[in-house]
Design a protein around this ligand. Structure first.
Ligand SMILES: Nc1ncnc2c1ncn2[C@@H]1O[C@H](COP(=O)(O)OP(=O)(O)OP(=O)(O)O)[C@@H](O)[C@H]1O
Ligand SMILES: O=P(O)(O)OC[C@H]1O[C@](O)(CO)[C@@H](O)[C@@H]1O
Ligand SMILES: [Mg+2]
Length: 459
């Protein structure tokens, strides 16, 4: 399954100007030449580029259709391409003298503990790195005045942490001073910092990289992108997304059972998705339960003959029940009141579209004389706090491996990602240059419309 990437392949929105992705956007920074034989070198001898792996001196093409590549009008060698992920025969850091830090930031996501575990096991068992610490509660773990301790992370500490959801390190929101963060890295002699987080975390990491550069330090900063909303661009799918989406299907099914078991039953489910409705879209495709999906990317009209409420009324009267799934960022234009606030990281605090819809649906059906029983489900936190499923666990482990390989080879200001099933390195600047959205003209939304039978637009 591969969420749509509207406008992807050729362009990213950088500010208000459409920017065609080129070589410079894909160039990965390194701390210096790799002069040390990797402990993994022997295993790499027989490898070559195939459908299943890409060698370090090869590249992964950025465009994947003939029309996109053709529009570049350059020979094959000139096509934009990504550095492949994976182990290198020679590395930058000397494992015996390398000290590593790990931090998790932003909202929870299934698989955070799997990533921590994967990083520690790969570093310790395969590279022989012995000094690994975890910073507690996100970037505030670096700042002395919060008084957070650091956690020694060894294989026996992390062995079974993947059985639990959440992150053993804790997490937080809120910008911290990058100078103070780098002070902490220097105090602890950290050579590699792994940051596990979303767009905010990666922006914070870029600030840290800037200060590292200003101080002339050789510290690698490598990101493992994390977002329950699946809104990081250029990657197949963020880890934990499958788990969260599968969890969401349970609530949608429960809403469907409730709706079908009461006269005029309406099951209403609100799911996470601040700016991107991927969870809502995928979770309704899994089962034939939902009749309507409302997402931030597709504005909808509430009132009037062709509005959502009238459509729903007809649906309830004709079939006796209906199920509505709404992403939290949908329909914000319908929420009146004060200016929305911001959380500690500057993210907009959204109005509660779920409660608004519950009230409006009840009022509308009452006013039309339609008997109704509206059942409201808000499983938001329940879907992101669970342990990763087996698929996501395996995915997290592979991302962690890729991150360790990248960092040991001195790559910095980069995220590891799977893009079209290839593990690649993507510069952080590109990863935060835009958001991944459900494309209202794309295949995913088309599937949602087909599955639910809802109109293309409520207007
Ligand atoms: N613009 C920014 N510049 C520097 N640091 C930032 C910025 N935005 C956020 N951060 C830092 O990144 C951390 C996480 O950011 P945020 O709360 O936005 O979550 P996120 O990483 O985007 O994850 P998610 O959105 O998936 O929950 C914050 O603790 C904050 O210190
Ligand atoms: O309430 P919290 O922990 O700030 O997180 C809520 C937000 O986090 C996200 O899951 C993104 O990480 C959004 O979908 C949601 O709006
Ligand atoms: Mg974010």
């Amino acid at each position: 399954m591969s969420p749509g990437e509207p406008g992807d392949g050729r362009a990213a929105a950088c500010g208000s100007v459409r920017h065609v992705i080129g070589h410079d956007d894909l160039a990965v920074r390194t701390l210096g030449p790799c002069r040390i034989d990797s402990p993994l070198a022997e295993r790499l001898e027989a490898r070559e580029t195939t459908q299943h792996s890409v060698m370090e001196d090869d590249r992964v093409l950025f465009d994947d259709t003939l029309s996109m590549a053709g529009a570049r009008d350059v020979p094959v060698q000139g096509l934009p391409s990504l550095e492949p992920g994976g182990p290198r025969k020679r590395i930058y850091f000397d494992p015996a003298k390398t000290r590593v830090g790990i931090v998790t930031c932003g909202g929870l996501c299934p698989g955070l503990n799997d990533v921590i575990r994967g990083l520690v096991l790969e570093l310790a068992r395969h590279y022989g790195v012995r000094r690994i610490v975890g910073f507690r509660n996100g970037y505030r773990g670096f700042i002395p005045h919060y008084g957070e301790d650091v956690v020694d992370l060894a294989p026996d500490v992390v062995q079974h942490i993947d059985d639990e959801g959440g992150t053993i390190l804790g997490t937080s929101r809120g910008k911290q001073d990058p100078e103070e963060i780098v002070d902490a890295l220097e105090r602890l002699n950290i050579n590699i910092l792994f940051v596990v987080g979303g767009d905010g975390t990666l922006r914070g990491a870029m600030d840290v990289v800037r200060v590292i550069g200003e101080r002339g330090l050789k510290v690698a900063v490598v990101g493992i992108p994390k977002t329950i909303d699946n809104d990081i661009p250029y990657i197949d799918q963020s880890f934990g997304f499958q788990t969260a989406m599968a969890e969401a299907t349970k609530s949608i099914h429960a809403a469907s059972v409730e709706a079908r078991s009461a006269p005029g039953g309406v099951g209403l489910v609100k799911l996470m998705g601040r700016h991107s409705g991927f969870i809502a879209c995928y979770s309704v495709l899994a089962k034939d339960d939902a009749d309507y999906v409302l997402i931030p990317e597709v504005p909808f009209t509430l009132h009037g003959e062709r509005g959502f409420l009238e459509h729903l009324r007809r649906r309830v009267q004709e079939r006796g029940h209906a199920v509505v799934v709404v992403a939290e960022g949908a329909g914000q234009e319908h929420i009146e009141g004060e200016e929305p606030g911001r959380d500690a990281s500057g993210n907009v605090r959204l109005g509660d579209v779920g409660r608004l819809l519950r009230r409006l649906i009840t009022e509308h059906l009452d006013a039309a004389g339609v008997e109704n029983n509206v059942r409201y489900f808000d499983p938001s936190y329940a879907i992101r706090s669970v342990p990763a499923n087996a698929y996501d666990s395996a995915y997290c482990l592979r991302l962690a491996h890729a991150a360790v390989h990248a960092a040991m080879a001195g790559r910095t200001e980069v995220i590891v990602a799977r893009r079209r099933r290839r593990f690649v390195h993507i510069p952080m600047a590109l990863a935060v240059s835009r958001r991944n959205h459900v494309d209202p003209l794309g295949d995913l939304w088309m599937s949602v419309l087909e599955a639910t039978g809802q109109p293309v637009r409520f207007e």
